[in-house]
Design a protein around this ligand. Structure first.
Ligand SMILES: Cc1ncc(COP(=O)(O)O)c(C=O)c1O
Length: 356
């Protein structure tokens, strides 16, 4: 049996069918149907947020965030992320400026941002890396001082609280991914959380072709999600406490067994852990490759995530030289972590990693 870094959570088939039966009854398949509305309302309550909009994935969520805020020229962002954080900027003809990360939190280094700000900077786009909170207070100070926008790529941060409040409540907009590999998912899907409710109304038209009363009033796109996706989201949300408990158990078992052998991400103050990923840091890339080889021989496939550092990708700007991000990207490995991962497999992984 192959063990991958991730295994999408599949809820009870019977529960899914119950939701699907409602689609047959309603004959409403997409375009803001009743299941999508129900999912939005339940997420509002579960997360403790007011202005949430479901979209078809976390990539479009980012692109819509730039459109809603009118971001045009330059954005300062983290090179230690999934490629979509930066590719969405290029896709919207915005120039990404890479700011290096902090070597402990793996989030953007707030002390290096201001030297990158120019008259063309429209926003900062930090990432709550692996669900860890960025230095939110300092970021807020910087954007207020320079009168620019703050968009958090919060794709990994489902359920995280910062200062006892949903982490999605900070910044102008937070974007989330509900991809099948995420701890909460709707197969494909995503969302935006807005500070300002008028931005939500505007975004709702943008994701529906820019239509207002069925007239295309401005440039939009199709980024809606379907009722089938919402049905999966509702089922996964029904099981969310169980999912969180299982992930916590697996995370803590890795942590207790590996904490003396590997350097790990340091969580910021005031942030809760959502146990989304279990990244470990090797001393050298060679050591990492050696362990990956040994794990692969046992049919275990952890993931080099994120690799490479985005400032090394030839189709992005490679002139920024974010040394810390490059160093961490070359030495980081995310271990398998998903509901249903057995203790036996965890022990096998731990044994290989301990006797490197
Ligand atoms: C940090 C980050 N941003 C954006 C995305 C894009 O989300 P999606 O896959 O839903 O388009 C991902 C997806 O994994 C991600 O990890």
């Amino acid at each position: 049996m192959t063990i991958n870094v991730n295994k999408p959570y599949l809820p009870s088939r019977d529960n899914y069918i119950k939701y699907i039966d409602r689609i047959w009854k309603n004959n409403h398949l997409t375009n803001f149907g009743p299941l999508s509305l129900e999912l939005e309302n339940r997420l509002k309550e579960y997360l403790g947020v007011d202005n949430i909009l479901l979209v078809s994935n976390g990539t479009l969520a980012l692109q819509i965030a730039y459109k809603v805020l009118g971001i045009k020229n330059e954005v300062i962002t983290s090179p230690f992320s999934f490629v979509a954080t930066t590719s969405t900027l290029i896709w919207e003809h915005i120039k990404p400026k890479f700011c290096d990360i902090d070597r402990y939190s793996f989030c953007i280094d707030v002390n290096k941002i201001e030297s990158l700000i120019s008259d063309d900077t429209g926003a900062i786009l930090p990432v709550h890396t692996f669900g860890n909170a960025c230095n939110i207070d300092k970021l807020q100070d910087i954007v207020t001082k320079h009168n620019i926008k703050l968009i958090f790529d919060a794709a990994h941060a489902f359920g995280v609280k910062y200062d006892n409040k949903s982490i999605f409540c900070y910044g102008d907009i937070s974007t989330i991914s509900f991809h099948a590999t995420k701890l909460f998912h709707s197969v494909e899907g995503g969302a935006l959380v807005f500070r300002d409710s008028s931005h939500l109304d505007y975004a709702k038209s943008i994701i529906n072709f820019g239509l207002k009363n069925n007239i295309p009033e401005f440039l939009g796109i199709n980024a809606k999600n379907s009722e089938f996706h919402a049905a999966m989201g509702l089922c996964v949300l029904d099981d969310i406490d169980y999912i969180m408990d299982e992930r916590k158990n697996i995370w803590e078992y890795y942590y207790n067994n590996l904490k003396d052998d590997y350097e790990m991400q340091v969580l910021n103050k005031n942030v809760t852990n959502n146990y989304h990923y279990f990244p470990i840091l090797f001393e050298t890339q060679d050591e990492l490759l050696d362990c990956v080889f040994k794990l692969n021989q046992k049919d275990i496939f952890p993931r080099r995530y994120f690799y490479p550092s985005l400032d090394k990708l030839p189709y992005f700007d490679t002139s920024f030289n974010c040394n810390i991000s490059q160093s961490i990207a070359s030495r980081i490995l995310c271990l398998p972590l998903y509901v249903g991962l057995s203790r036996e497999i965890q022990d096998l992984i731990i044994d290989i990693l301990k006797f490197k």
